[in-house]
Design a binder for this molecule. Structure first.
Ligand SMILES: Nc1nc2c(c(=O)[nH]1)N[C@H]1C(S)=C(S)[C@@H](COP(=O)(O)O)O[C@H]1N2
Ligand SMILES: [Mo]
Length: 431
C-alpha cells in the first residue's frame, strides 16, 4: 500500500500478505527467536478491542498469527466494519450506513493517524504540560484534571479536513477518504478554556500549539508526525474538550488514549491525540502539518488542476456545511415508501434545514431536523419518502446552515483535496 493508495484493504488481507509486518503495524509486536512476541499496552488493548474481549493466552500467540476472528469478518483495527485506507500509518473510515446512530459508538469512530501511536499510554502516569506564554506553567495528571476542573460530557463532531478527497478530479494525494472520516461520539473531559484560564493566558498570546506522544513514521525520535494549534480566541470557546473518556469508557488506543483534544467543527487535525503538551505562543504555530499545503487551501477559488503558488494558501479554520445519508445504504433494495435519515453539521454554526430529493434535484422536501444536543454536535434529521413506481432512485441530501450556506452540487477543487462538502447521493432500487 502506498501513502495515497486507492485500494481498500481489509486487515485479513494485510495479514495474509506479510503477517509479521502486519503484526508490527497493528500491534507493535516483534518476533523474538522462538517467534513469540509480547503484546504490550496499546498493542494488547487494540487486539483485545478487535476481538471484543481479553485474550488470556496472548503470550502464546505466534507473531504473525492472524486471529481467526479477523479472517472471516470485515473487522478492522479494533473497530466494527471500518474500511482500511492505509496501513502505515493506520487510517480507516466508516461506511455511511454504519454511522446511523445519533452518537457514534467507539467501534465505528474513524481512525486518522499521521504517525505511529505511542507504546506507553498508561492513564495513571500520563501528564499534560501547559506552558509557553502563561503565568503559571502546569503539569497535570489525568487525576489532577478531574479534580481541579469541571468534568463535562458533550457530543462533539470530528471531521477530517480531507474527508471526501476521493472524489476530486484531478485527484489529490493523501488518504482517499470517501464519506466516513466523520463521527460524533460523546466525549468526557475538561474544557480547554478552563485549563488555559487557570494557567493564565498572557496578553501576547495569539496561538496554541499541541503536541502528542505518537512517533514519526521515519522512526526519528526528534521528529513529530503532526503538531497543530488554534487561534487563541477559538481555543477559549467553551465546547473544546481535553478528553479522557469516549462514550463513557477509556479512549480507544487508536483514538488517542489516554488523553486528547476534541475541537468540534474544525479540521480533525486540530484535535491532537495522545496529548502531552499545550504551548501558548506569541505567533501562529508552525509545527509539522501547519505550514506549506497541509490543512491549507487557496484563499480564492481556483480552477480544477490549477497550479497555486504556496503563498496563496491559508490555514483551514471551520469546516463547511455538510450532511450524510445514513439510511438507507447506497445500493440498498427498499420498499416504495421509506424513511430516509442522517446527520448534518457546519463548523461553528447550526444547521437550519435539510432538504431531500429523490428525482435528481428537481423537487425537494424538507426533512424533520433535531436541534444539536449541545454546541458542537451534529444534528439528526429524517424524512419519509414515497416513490411513484418501481425503479432506480438517488436520494440526495442538502443541508443549509445558520449563515444560509448550502451544500454545493459540484466540488470546489483545491490542490490537496480538502473541504469536500458536496451533497451525499445514495442510489437505491425500489420495488
Ligand atoms: N497526535 C496525533 N493527533 C492527531 C492525529 C495524529 O496523527 N496524531 N491526527 C489528526 C487528524 S488529521 C484527525 S482527522 C483526527 C482524527 O481523530 P480520530 O483518529 O480519533 O478519528 O485526529 C487528529 N489528531
Ligand atoms: Mo485529518
Amino acid at each position: 500500500m502506498t501513502q495515497d493508495g486507492n485500494k481498500n484493504e481489509h486487515v485479513g488481507e494485510f495479514f495474509a500478505k506479510d503477517p509479521e509486518r502486519a503484526d508490527f503495524e497493528f500491534f507493535g509486536r516483534i518476533a523474538n527467536s522462538d517467534r513469540r512476541g509480547f503484546l504490550r499496552n496499546t498493542g494488547l488493548a487494540t487486539m483485545a478491542a478487535m476481538v471484543g474481549t481479553a485474550i488470556p493466552f496472548h503470550r502464546n500467540m505466534p507473531v504473525g498469527l492472524v486471529p481467526a476472528a479477523f479472517a472471516s469478518e470485515d473487522v478492522l483495527v479494533g473497530k466494527d466494519g471500518l474500511t482500511l485506507l492505509n496501513d502505515r500509518p493506520v487510517n480507516a473510515e466508516t461506511p455511511p450506513e454504519l454511522l446511523d446512530d445519533a452518537i457514534t459508538p467507539t467501534s465505528r469512530h474513524f481512525i486518522r493517524n499521521n504517525g505511529l501511536p505511542p507504546e506507553e499510554a498508561d492513564p495513571a502516569t500520563w501528564t499534560l504540560t501547559v506552558d509557553g506564554f502563561v503565568d503559571n506553567p502546569m503539569e497535570l495528571t489525568i487525576a489532577d484534571l478531574r479534580a481541579q476542573f469541571d468534568v463535562v460530557t458533550m457530543a462533539l463532531t470530528i471531521e477530517c479536513g480531507g474527508n471526501g478527497r476521493a472524489f476530486f478530479d484531478p485527484p489529490a494525494s493523501g488518504n482517499q477518504w470517501t464519506y466516513g472520516a466523520v463521527a460524533c461520539s460523546e466525549w468526557t473531559g475538561v474544557r480547554l478554556k478552563d485549563v488555559l484560564e487557570k494557567a493564565g493566558v498572557q496578553s501576547n498570546v495569539v496561538y496554541t500549539a499541541h503536541y502528542g506522544a505518537d512517533g514519526h513514521l521515519s522512526g526519528d525520535a526528534d521528529k513529530l508526525p503532526i503538531s497543530r494549534g488554534l487561534p487563541i480566541a477559538k481555543a477559549l470557546t467553551d465546547n473544546i474538550l481535553i478528553a479522557f473518556e469516549m462514550n463513557g469508557e477509556a479512549l480507544h488506543p487508536m483514538n488517542g488514549a489516554p488523553l486528547r483534544l476534541v475541537v468540534p467543527g474544525w479540521p480533525g487535525s486540530c484535535s491532537q491525540k495522545w496529548l502531552r503538551r499545550i504551548e501558548l505562543r506569541d505567533q501562529v504555530h508552525d509545527g509539522p502539518k501547519m505550514t506549506g499545503t497541509a490543512y491549507r487551501v487557496p484563499g480564492h477559488p481556483v480552477a480544477a488542476g490549477e497550479d497555486v503558488p504556496k503563498e496563496d494558501f491559508q490555514i483551514i479554520e471551520r469546516m463547511p456545511v455538510k450532511s450524510l445519508v445514513t439510511f438507507p445504504a447506497n445500493g440498498a433494495a427498499i420498499g416504495m415508501s421509506t424513511e430516509v435519515r442522517g446527520h448534518a453539521w457546519s463548523g461553528d454554526r447550526t444547521i437550519e434545514r435539510v432538504d431531500i430529493s429523490v428525482d435528481f434535484g428537481s423537487t425537494w422536501v424538507q426533512a424533520e431536523l433535531d436541534a444539536p444536543v449541545n454546541s458542537g454536535a451534529w444534528q439528526n434529521w429524517r424524512a419519509n419518502v414515497a416513490l411513484p413506481v418501481n425503479g432506480y432512485y438517488e436520494i440526495w441530501a442538502r443541508a443549509t446552515d445558520s449563515a444560509q450556506e448550502m451544500q454545493p452540487f459540484a466540488i470546489n477543487w483545491n490542490p490537496k483535496g480538502y473541504l469536500n462538502n458536496t451533497m451525499h447521493r445514495v442510489g437505491v432500487r425500489a420495488s
